[in-house]
Design a protein around this ligand. Structure first.
Ligand code: PLP
Length: 383
C-alpha cells in the first residue's frame, strides 16, 4: 500500500470545500471535469433502461451492443478495424490503467510514462513493483517529449510506454510525425503502448491521431477512452479499453474478480451516447475553445506567468517561475489569499515544478473573476 499514490485534485477539492464551509467564496479551477451536465437524451436513455428493469449483472467485458457500438466508433474515429472482442467496458477510464498494468507488467520491468502526467500512471507502475521511468515533457516542444530522450530511456527491461494525447495536465498534443517516430521505437524495442485517449474529442486545431492507427501498432497498443470527458459523465463511471483479444480476456478476468461488470443501465445509455447526433459534444468543445482564449490571454497578463495555448483537453498549464515561488507554495498561496483553487504542477510529477494547472471547465464569468483575483494576489507578492 505504501507504493500506491493518490490524486492531489481530490485533496485540494476537499480543502477548498472546507474553506467554503467557513463562508469563503472559492473559485474552483482544480477539478478535471466538464462543468456541463450530461446531455438529457443520455439521461433519458438510462432512466428508461432502469424503468425497463435493466438492473442485473452483465458479462464482465460489457454488453454486446455496447462493445459493438464502441468498436464501430473506434473504427470510424481512428480508421481502424477492431472487433467487439477487442473491447472491454469498465467503470471509468481509470480502471484500464489499473487493469492493463496489473495484467501486463511484472516486477522489476520498466515502464516509461509522461511527466508531468496523470498521477495514476506512476502510482500503478510502482504498485506492481515495476520501475517508473519518467520522460520529461518540454514546454518548448509544446509539451511533447523529445524523441531522443525516449530513445535514451529505453533499456532491455522496458516493457511499456504510456502516452496521453491530448494531455492532462499540459493540454499538449503529439503530432503525427512524433507518433510515427515513437511507433518506430516501440516496434524495434518490442514495447507495449498504453495510449490514454480520454481527451481525444476535446481538441481545438488538429485532427485526432491515434498511435494504434500506424502500421504494426494495433497489435501492441491498448487504447484507453471513455465517456467521462466527452459526454460530461464523470460521475457515471464509464470507460473502455481497446486491446488484443488475449489481453481483453485477462482484463475481463480481473473485472470478474473485482467489479464483476459495469452498471447495466449506464452501458445501455452509453450506446445512445455514441450513436445519437453529437451536437452537444461539439457545443461543449466550442465553449471550451472560447474559455481557453480568455484564460490563456488573462494568464499571460499576470506578472511572472507564461502560458502556451493548449491544443486539447481543458487545462491551462502556465509556467510560473517568474513569480519566484515554487509551484506548491504558489498554489497554496492562491487558495489562501485569492480563494482560487488550482493545482501545483508537481501534483503531476517532479517535472511539473515551475507550473500550475488551471482547469477552464468553468464559466467565463468565473474565469475572469479568478484571473482578477490571481493578478491582485501575485502583484502583492512582488512587493
Ligand atoms: N486519463 C486521464 C489523462 C485523465 O485526466 C483522467 C481523468 O481525469 C482519466 C484518465 C480517468 O478518467 P475517468 O474519470 O473516466 O476514470
Amino acid at each position: 500500500m505504501s507504493r500506491l499514490g493518490t490524486e492531489t485534485a481530490f485533496e485540494v477539492l476537499a480543502r477548498a470545500k472546507a474553506l467554503e464551509k467557513l463562508g469563503r467564496n472559492i473559485i474552483h479551477l482544480e477539478i478535471g471535469e466538464p462543468d456541463f451536465d450530461t446531455p438529457q437524451y443520455i439521461i433519458d436513455e438510462a432512466t428508461q433502461a432502469l424503468n425497463n428493469h435493466a438492473t442485473h449483472y452483465t458479462p464482465s467485458a460489457g454488453i454486446p451492443e455496447l462493445r459493438q457500438a464502441i468498436a464501430r466508433y473506434i473504427n470510424r474515429t481512428r480508421d481502424l478495424d477492431v472487433s467487439p472482442d477487442n473491447v472491454v467496458v469498465v467503470p471509468g477510464g481509470k480502471p484500464i490503467i489499473f487493469f492493463a498494468i496489473m495484467a501486463l507488467i511484472n516486477q522489476s520491468e520498466e515502464v516509461i510514462y509522461p511527466n508531468p502526467g496523470f498521477p495514476i500512471y506512476e502510482s500503478m507502475i510502482n504498485f506492481v513493483g515495476a520501475h517508473a521511468v519518467p520522460i520529461p515533457l518540454k514546454m518548448e516542444r509544446g509539451f511533447a517529449f523529445d524523441i531522443n530522450d525516449l530513445e535514451r530511456l529505453i533499456t532491455p527491461k522496458t516493457r511499456m510506454l504510456i502516452l496521453n494525447s491530448p494531455a492532462n495536465p499540459t493540454g499538449g498534443v503529439l503530432s503525427r510525425s512524433d507518433l510515427e517516430a515513437i511507433a518506430q521505437l516501440a516496434l524495434s524495442h518490442n514495447l507495449i503502448v498504453l495510449s490514454d485517449e480520454i481527451y481525444s474529442r476535446i481538441l481545438y486545431d488538429d485532427e485526432f491521431h491515434s498511435i494504434a492507427s500506424l502500421p504494426g501498432m494495433l497489435e501492441r497498443t491498448i487504447i484507453l477512452d471513455g465517456f467521462s470527458k466527452t459526454y460530461a459523465m464523470t460521475g457515471w463511471r464509464l470507460g473502455y479499453g481497446i486491446m488484443p483479444v488475449e489481453v481483453a480476456q485477462a482484463v475481463s478476468r480481473l473485472i470478474t474478480n473485482s467489479t464483476s461488470c459495469t452498471a447495466t443501465f449506464t452501458q445501455i445509455a452509453a450506446v445512445k451516447a455514441l450513436t445519437a447526433p453529437q451536437d452537444e459534444v461539439d457545443n461543449m468543445v466550442e465553449a471550451f475553445r472560447q474559455r481557453r482564449e480568455v484564460i490563456v490571454n488573462g494568464l499571460n497578463q499576470i506578472p511572472g506567468f507564461k502560458c502556451l495555448m493548449p491544443k486539447g483537453a481543458f487545462y491551462a498549464f502556465p509556467n510560473i517561475t517568474g513569480t519566484g515561488r515554487k509551484s506548491r507554495d504558489l498554489a497554496d498561496y492562491l487558495l489562501a489569499e485569492a480563494s482560487v483553487a488550482t493545482l501545483a504542477g508537481t501534483a503531476f510529477g517532479a517535472h511539473g515544478e515551475g507550473f500550475l494547472r488551471l482547469s477552464y471547465a468553468n464559466s467565463i464569468e468565473n474565469i475572469n473573476k479568478a484571473l482578477d483575483r490571481i493578478d491582485v494576489a501575485v502583484r502583492k507578492l512582488e512587493r
